[in-house]
Design a protein. Structure first.
Length: 79
């Protein structure tokens, strides 16, 4: 993510509302090297996952800064 500050970068990411970043086109976003096996994955919403998150965003320190869990009771931290 290209931004002038950490706060700006976080605000940009939050503006995407936890959508699948692999489908977001934004010149400020740089994807690291990755490989997706599209035929072996499917979109899963929290409503189909008992309210638990299906997308989670981490900062450089490995701390979760955003999730799409329906509420905090359905957010499990792995500290």
């Amino acid at each position: 993510m290209e931004a002038n500050s950490y706060e700006e970068a976080e605000a940009i990411v939050r503006s995407w509302r936890c959508k699948d970043v692999s489908n977001i086109i934004d010149s400020r976003l740089s994807h690291g090297r990755s490989e997706a096996l599209r035929d072996t994955s499917e979109l899963l919403f929290p409503e189909e996952n008992d309210g638990y998150s299906t997308i989670e965003i981490f900062n450089q320190e490995g701390e979760s800064i955003m999730t799409n869990a329906l509420n905090e009771d359905n957010y499990e931290r792995n500290d």
